[in-house]
Design a protein around this ligand. Sequence first.
Ligand code: ZN
Length: 99
Amino acid sequence: MSRPRGGPWRKWYNTAKWADLKQEAHTRDLYTCQMCGRICGGKYPAPDSPTADHKEPHRGSEALFFDINNIQTLCKSPCHDKVKQADEQASVNERGIWY
Ligand SMILES: [Zn+2]
């Protein structure tokens, strides 16, 4: 699957700050998917691996991106993949561009 590129926030995913936040969110959520409730004990890219999802799309906002309260644990598939697809589709419809 190809992912849309672009946006300065992309590099935020590579920061230690994000890695820490993600870990903190997973620990807080006890590695439980906040959407379907199953335990995400797998290793990426397993469907049951934990992913950190922004509840409110950050849309390039650094404050939202790094807000632990805006991050929830989701299983990679189907929950996170489904959310991402819907979100990306919505942003395309809203703004006509991928980012
Ligand atoms: Zn799930």
